[in-house]
Design a protein around this ligand. Structure first.
Ligand SMILES: Cc1cc2nc3c(=O)[nH]c(=O)nc-3n(C[C@H](O)[C@H](O)[C@H](O)COP(=O)(O)OP(=O)(O)OC[C@H]3O[C@@H](n4cnc5c(N)ncnc54)[C@H](O)[C@@H]3O)c2cc1C
Length: 563
């Protein structure tokens, strides 16, 4: 296959015209004539057999290219023009089709009008092209243009709504602000993409990168590197390592980098943290109409990158070491990176619901905090949400926009005790939301996805089973800080102690080397600071997390001046 009509040999995002002819002389002549009139606005792609032509179409499909017109010679060995066009239709059903025939074959061409929905047949030779070729191609292009063919240059995900890994991949891409288009493996276009990639659909999802590479069931790290997210530090040593990419970590990265510190932020999954999963943050300063977590994260990421901070995703920190004045953080894959200072901003992670059936059905109807990603899939369905705090209330209000009904399952006797007043009012004012207090989930049932829930009345112990396809769980969160065992002091629940909390009884932390007490957000290890939800006694709010990130950077400067 050869491509022509592109400046400097690079593929341009122009619709393609494909010609297939087994006679190289004829093939070149068609391409030459097409290039002369259409080469500026179209890619002219030439193939010399049906098989070659199909390969070219599949590659273009994976890249998300547009194909406007396909011209195929009728008489070709192995696969004739009609057979080729029939198979080409499976890949590009909207492309306009014409058959090149000799006079003797016009009967076959007329039959093909029905078989492959042929738009035209052209008699060879077509000289002069101004009279015989261009008017036909003009009209094919006009008819193709009259339909909607917006280019799909973004990442494509072919999956199934009950495939747990498919929903994790969607969530990962969404949270990393990677634009993608979702195709169900049951739909025609999904099937076409699977076929084009040579995938059987048994292992899902299939992810097709903007470059046209097909990845089957990719890991987060593989995805990150293939969709353009940085995963490895560019240097061995920094002024500041920020661990965690939620509001506190992003805040620290913005202030650190903008104030001249060589800063790297290391995030386990996707930046944004818990806030990234919030449908609408209404109480963050400067956004009177609220802001979605995704928007806030996107802006913060861009801001941090603008100031020169390096942002790494899909890198989990599993260890912290102290060597004199140097601090080192270790990654799960055995590599590490060093710095003068570290800010721990690892936040908290959703608590798991531990009742029979839930673990098996997670990602298959049961979701933790992925209400935003799944919202379109569960439109017009009945949805259950477990939890009585703000995160559950926000999810209920958000999902109620599309769902048939939303039922909030609350263990306590009222919402008022656990949810902000403004959200309680919004829940009450939304007719599609009903609240069941004193109710807990006792079990989840379903073969390959959630089908039923057993609910228990916490006062009487009575149980009832309800049909349910969707359950979102928001039952609080805990810090994941075991990896700091023996290095950084934490309270009995795992939250990191800092500043005044370390010296509550008047004595300095064990092994503390300085005359001064720890700075306000400094941990029991000098030069290692903490910010946001992971700090003991923190406020658990976006604004305070961002504020602590900024304040920790100010203390980093103070620490560095004393070194
Ligand atoms: C659904 C929802 C709605 C909310 N709505 C509001 C609201 O309206 N207003 C408000 O003020 N607050 C709200 N909150 C609370 C707010 O989001 C949090 O207080 C805030 O996100 C805390 O920020 P953080 O950076 O400290 O931690 P987090 O947001 O928890 O971020 C921590 C980050 O660290 C990463 N991480 C953890 N361990 C590691 C490791 N070992 N290595 C690398 N990375 C790691 C995590 O993956 C995560 O991205 C909401 C929370 C939720 C869940």
């Amino acid at each position: 296959m050869t491509e022509q009509g592109t400046a400097n040999g690079q593929a341009a995002p122009r619709p393609a015209i494909l010609t297939v002819d087994d006679d190289p002389g004829v093939s070149r002549a068609v391409a030459r004539d097409l290039r002369r009139k259409y080469g500026e606005d179209h890619r002219i792609v030439r193939a010399e057999s049906g098989a070659d032509g199909l390969d070219a179409l599949r590659q273009m499909k994976l890249r998300g290219d547009l194909v406007a017109v396909i011209l195929a010679d009728y008489r070709m060995p192995e696969m004739n023009g009609i057979e080729f066009l029939e198979r080409a239709m499976d890949v590009y059903p909207a492309a306009r089709r014409a058959l090149l025939t000799a006079y003797a074959d016009t009967g076959a061409a007329i039959d093909a009008i029905n078989v492959v929905d042929l738009d035209y047949y052209l008699l060879k030779p077509w000289d002069p092209p101004e009279e015989k070729l261009y008017p036909v191609v003009d009209s094919l292009l006009d008819s193709w243009r009259s339909a909607d063919h917006r280019p799909v240059a973004e990442t494509k995900v072919v999956g199934h709504r009950w495939s747990a890994r498919s929903s994790q991949v969607r969530e990962f891409l969404a949270r990393n602000q990677v634009p993608y288009r979702w195709y169900s493996s049951d739909d025609q276009e999904g099937k076409r993409l699977l076929e084009a990639a040579g995938a059987d659909g048994m292992r899902l999802p299939l992810v097709i990168t903007p470059d046209g590479d097909a990845l089957v069931e990719p890991s987060d790290a593989e995805l990150a590197s293939r969709v353009g997210l940085a995963t490895t530090p560019s240097e061995a040593f920094y002024d500041l390592i920020v661990v965690g990419g939620g509001p506190a970590g992003l805040g620290a990265a913005v202030y650190g980098a903008s104030e001249g510190l060589r800063t790297v932020l290391v995030e386990r999954t996707a930046t944004g943290g818990q806030a990234g999963q919030s449908s609408r943050i209404e109480n963050y300063l400067g956004f009177p109409d609220g802001v979605s977590g995704a928007q806030l994260t996107d802006r913060a990421r861009r801001q941090a990158a603008k100031f020169g901070a390096e942002l790494l995703t899909t890198r989990e920190v599993v260890g912290l070491e102290v060597n004199g004045s140097a601090r080192r953080v270790d990654f799960g894959d055995g590599t590490s990176v060093g710095a003068h200072t570290v800010i721990l901003a690892t936040g908290v992670t959703y608590r798991q619901l531990t009742v029979p059936g839930i673990a098996e059905l997670t990602g298959r109807g049961v979701f933790y905090g992925s209400a935003l990603t799944e919202a379109t899939s569960c439109a017009d369905h009945d949805i259950y949400i477990v939890g009585g705090a703000n995160s559950a209330g926000q999810a209920a209000v958000y999902l109620a926009k599309g769902a048939r009904s939303v039922t909030l399952l609350v263990r306590g006797s009222s919402l008022e005790r656990s949810m902000s007043h403004y959200l309680v009012q919004q829940v009450a004012a939304t007719p599609r939301i009903s609240v069941r207090t004193c109710t807990e989930v006792a079990a989840a049932h379903g073969a390959d996805h959630l089908e039923r829930l057993t609910l228990r009345d916490s006062r009487t112990g009575a149980t009832e089973t309800v049909d349910a396809g969707w359950l979102f769980v928001f039952i609080g969160a805990a810090p994941l800080t075991e990896w700091l065992d023996g290095v950084v002091q934490r309270d009995e629940r795992g939250f990191i102690l800092a500043g005044p909390d370390l010296v509550a009884d008047g004595s300095r932390p064990q092994g503390w080397p300085f005359d001064r007490p720890p700075y306000h957000l400094e941990t029991s290890v000098p030069g290692v600071f903490v910010a946001g939800d992971v700090r003991a006694e923190s406020a658990k709010r976006v604004a305070s997390a961002v504020g602590e990130g900024a304040m920790a950077v100010m203390l980093v400067h103070r620490y560095l001046e004393m070194l």
